[in-house]
Design a protein around this ligand. Structure first.
Ligand code: C2E
Ligand code: CA
Ligand code: CA
Ligand code: CA
Length: 279
């Protein structure tokens, strides 16, 4: 038994080494991913529940490494945050997302907004507002069509600084969304003081909500609160027709999720835009 235990430890240690090595490798590859053009954006349609029409998208980053294949943002965004690479990657995402949305605008899809994810560390860095400026100027897009998705965690430790940056962003005309809403710790009084335009209800509440569940009550409460605060409400993770209809009945403003479409390439996005209505 003693010997067995010893082997166990060796096994775990080497397993850990492999993980650390892999992470280290990813970090090194990630440093060069932008210049090697391995990063790209997919776009997930967002539907206006009143009209049933797609009126915007969320940009979601992907990394295609020549040997490792497709790597999920859940895996490499945390590494980018730890290493500070998030500033450069985040800048690229802003640039590319704004460029794409303006390309669509120029093609006549002039109502579309684009929603871009911003990490807390990226958002709190002095270069962020600068990068935002540059992206708007380079693309020439209407700032009102740009929505930035922030999470409550990360802002909670820096409330005053966060509010100041959010105000600066809103002064540019850019909109602010709170992502994964309901999973953080923010109290309602805190929310009242944040300059926000949109709440995105976390998909964990949408997943199994039917009229009998606690999640149903939570979703209903968030929508009612959103209406009261005059902010738009988006439900994410909508996977069924029933969920879509229920959310529409609840006066939720927008819906996003696999039922509508998964994140797709730009060409496919326009195809869906032209051919599909959801109601
Ligand atoms: P998120 O911002 O909460 O994005 C939503 C995630 O849910 C996306 O995963 C999307 O593909 C997935 N999703 C959408 N609809 C459904 C659905 O109906 N069911 C289910 N089960 N999932 C759905 P993805 O693309 O893997 O992104 C994961 C996370 O990585 C994002 O979560 C976000 O936190 C982060 N991320 C993605 N792109 C960026 C980026 O450009 N910058 C930063 N900082 N973070 C990003
Ligand atoms: Ca998001
Ligand atoms: Ca989310
Ligand atoms: Ca999420």
């Amino acid at each position: 038994a003693k010997k067995y235990g010893g082997n166990q430890i060796i096994f775990f240690a080497s397993e850990m080494n492999v993980q650390i090595k892999y992470k280290f490798e990813l970090e090194n590859y990630l440093r060069r991913a932008i210049e090697k053009k391995e990063l790209f954006l997919l776009y997930q349609p967002v539907v206006d529940l009143q009209t049933g029409q797609i009126n915007g998208s969320e940009a979601l980053i992907r990394w295609n490494h020549p040997n490792l294949g497709l790597i999920s943002p859940m895996e490499f965004i945390p590494i980018a945050e730890e290493t500070g690479l998030i500033h450069e990657i985040g800048k690229w995402v802003l640039m590319e997302g704004c460029r794409q949305n303006q390309e669509w605008f120029d093609k006549g899809y002039d109502e579309l907004f684009i929603s871009i994810n911003v990490s807390a560390r990226q958002f709190l860095h002095p270069t962020f507002v600068e990068h935002l400026h540059e992206s708007l100027q380079y693309s020439g897009m209407d700032p009102k069509k740009l929505h930035l998705e922030l999470t409550e965690t990360g802002m909670i430790d820096n409330v005053e600084k966060s509010i100041a940056i959010m105000q600066e962003i809103q002064n540019l005309g850019v909109r602010i969304s709170i992502d994964d809403f309901g999973t953080g710790y923010s109290s309602l009084s805190y929310l009242k003081n944040l300059p926000i335009d949109t709440l995105k209800i976390d998909r964990s509440f949408i997943n199994n909500f039917t009229s009998e569940t606690v999640d149903y009550s939570i979703v209903k409460a968030i929508i009612t609160m959103g209406n009261g605060l005059s902010v738009k409400v988006v439900a994410e993770g909508v996977e069924t027709y029933e969920q879509l209809i229920e959310l529409k009945k609840m006066n939720c403003d927008y819906a996003q999720g696999y039922y509508i479409e998964k994140p797709v390439y730009p060409d496919r996005f326009i195809e869906i835009m032209n051919n599909k209505k959801f109601q």
